[in-house]
Design a protein around this ligand. Structure first.
Ligand code: DGT
Ligand code: CA
Ligand code: ZN
Length: 572
């Protein structure tokens, strides 16, 4: 029983409660618990009821449900809800962008109970005219269906990466395994992946393969041989394991890391130099003599190039940059000195500010900004103006106590549907750091949504726009925005844009972040942490930045505290 399975059950309960129109706070409790469980580094199946209750967001009731699920493989409440709610209705609810109300309407009125039926009805325009459904809703549903289909083919990085790392750490325990690396899109940290590619060296390949196909995560064995085996995991993703020769490990790693487009460029370059390159090595055309293959560095060197970081290998100019000696020196996780989007128990976070600060110190940070939600987000425990001022007192007191660490008092101020900020400038100016973001009215027109972001960017006290495009991988598309206008305004006012490192957000995405860098817009990378264990998600944000060619100097929260403070002061 994995954490992901428990999380999935809780999310399903939440979906069904939502269909029944139950109390939103109760629904949210299930969703938050699911989120927190997924982020844990320990397995909930190994915890007793008492330890379970120490997990943020898990009380006695939910702890009992987890135990029930672990012991009996099912939850009674879940079974009852499944009986009560028609499965067709649940099917429809799976489509991103369809809420319980719409799902119920199309189910009741048109008898639609599969995604295929829903797609057909939308294309034939049979939905518009039903209560609360417009032409635009139909378009959104079609987009949602496309996304759902895509989600079945590709898994978000944030789900696939932990699975891959788990398998690698299991295989590493085998004495027959020599070198081992993750390859493919996962090594390039692409935001979604089709499968997991792993390479190993071994003198006894069959022993490695035997152990591989018997891993507890494996559901089906698709192929088993001495050089390649493929399995399907219970989580619904395929893993290909290849055993390669020690002498050609570098060439194989280069080849199977891809991307295909990058490899084609590399192969063309090799050909021009009278060389042949494949997964076994680099060879001289004339006499087939092998000139490189043991390491990747050696492979690139053989064709006259410096090492190209995997995150850049997309044929987006990296080969040309390598030829001209202008590859970026990519930012690293260790360059980050503080997290600037952090929630505490004052709104919907799981920990006290002190606990959060301690965890940040453990991460090696010099500072954080506490940015709890503003009042508009009632469902996330949003704070009134008085609360924020109270919270500030607590931060001040902690800052007197902590040495060599600074908590900046901030807020994540909601940009209302009207475009106004949830707090007026009198409050905002009393804070050290202001993050502004959109949490509602996603379906507005591009013009309205763009205007909302622009007005937040123009507010003199706003420092950064958080998760600027609002997407959630596999769940919600980015808002319709005029991104070019948003970027222009951010540049003009020198306001930062956030790369939200939460694994299902990764927002800004790589292509926008790269454009932002090219325009000279400051970037911050933050985790949007709601529990201290999520601080480690920073890696995902840094990887987006690396795919966007960002260097340390492009990112504000790589600055030491003093310089950072000076820099944000200039934004006001
Ligand atoms: P994915 O799995 O769709 O997320 O993306 P990749 O890049 O992991 O693609 P995959 O798993 O099909 O193949 C892994 C790598 O192997 C790919 O990035 C490059 C290399 N590769 C596969 N097929 C070819 C090919 O036909 N030509 C070349 N040059 N390379 C290939
Ligand atoms: Ca792959
Ligand atoms: Zn937040």
């Amino acid at each position: 029983m994995s954490n992901q399975e428990v999380a999935r059950a809780f999310n399903e309960i939440a979906d069904m409660l939502e269909l029944k129109g139950e109390n939103p706070f109760r629904i949210r409790a299930y969703r938050r618990a699911a989120q927190n469980i997924e982020a844990l580094s320990v397995e909930v199946s190994e915890l007793d009821e008492e330890s379970l209750q120490k997990i943020p967001g898990i009380g006695k009731d939910l702890a009992q449900k987890i135990r029930e699920f672990v012991e009996r493989k099912t939850i009674k409440q879940l079974e009852e809800l499944r009986k009560e709610i028609p499965s067709g209705l649940l099917q429809i609810l799976l489509v991103p962008g369809i809420g319980p109300k719409t799902a119920k309407t199309v189910y009741d009125r048109l008898g639609i109970s599969t995604i295929e039926e829903l797609e057909r009805a939308c294309k034939e325009g049979r939905l518009s005219g039903l209560p609360g459904i417009k032409k635009k809703t139909e378009d959104n549903i079609l987009k949602g269906i496309a996304m759902l289909k895509m989600g079945r083919e590709r898994m978000p990085l944030g789900r696939a990466r932990p699975l891959a790392e788990e398998i690698v750490s299991e295989l590493k325990k085998l004495k027959e395994v020599g070198r081992i690396e993750i390859a493919g899109s996962l090594r390039r940290w692409k935001e979604t992946v089709k499968d997991i590619d792993i390479l190993v060296t071994s003198r006894e390949p069959m022993k490695v393969m035997n152990a591989f196909v018997r891993l507890p995560q494996v559901q089906d064995v698709l192929l088993k041989g001495p050089t390649k085996s493929s399995v399907m995991l219970r989580e619904g993703i395929q893993v290909d394991l290849r055993v390669v020769e020690e002498e050609s490990f570098g060439a194989a790693l280069q080849y199977f890391t891809g991307s295909k487009a990058h490899n084609i460029k590399i192969r063309e370059r090799a050909m021009k130099l009278g060389l042949k390159i494949n997964e076994y090595g680099v060879f001289r055309e004339e006499d087939n003599k092998k000139v490189a293959g043991k390491t990747e560095e050696e492979v690139y060197e053989a064709i006259g190039l410096p090492f190209i970081e995997p995150e850049l290998r997309e044929d987006l100019g990296e080969v040309e940059a390598a030829e001209e000696g202008r590859l970026p020196e990519l930012i690293e996780t260790s360059d980050i000195r503080g997290d600037l989007h952090v929630h505490s128990r004052w709104s919907d976070g799981a920990h006290s500010i002190e606990e959060v600060a301690e965890a940040a110190i453990e991460m090696g940070y010099e500072y954080i900004a506490i940015t709890d939600h503003s009042k508009g987000l009632g469902i996330a425990g949003g704070l009134q103006a008085e609360d924020i001022l109270e919270e500030k007192k607590e931060v001040d007191a902690l800052n007197r106590k902590l040495r060599k660490f600074r908590i900046l008092m901030g807020v994540e101020v909601d940009i209302r549907s009207s475009g106004e900020l949830d707090f007026d400038e009198e409050i905002l100016k009393k804070l050290d750091f202001v993050v502004a973001s959109i949490h509602s009215g996603f379906r507005q027109s591009s013009k309205q949504l763009t205007r909302r972001l622009l007005s937040a960017i123009r507010c003199p006290y706003v420092n950064v726009i958080a998760h600027p495009t609002g997407r959630i991988l596999g769940e919600r598309q980015e808002y319709e925005l005029d991104m070019e206008q948003v970027l222009k305004a951010a540049k003009r006012y020198q306001k930062a844009l956030e790369i939200n490192a939460y694994p299902l957000r990764l927002d800004l995405k790589d292509s926008y972040a790269r454009r932002a860098k090219e325009m000279g817009i400051p970037i911050v990378i933050s985790t949007d942490t709601h529990m201290t264990e999520q601080f480690r998600f920073i890696r995902y944000g840094v990887e987006v930045a690396r795919r966007a060619w960002l260097e340390k100097s492009d990112v504000l929260n790589t600055l030491p505290l003093k310089e950072f403070l000076r820099r944000i002061k200039r934004q006001r």
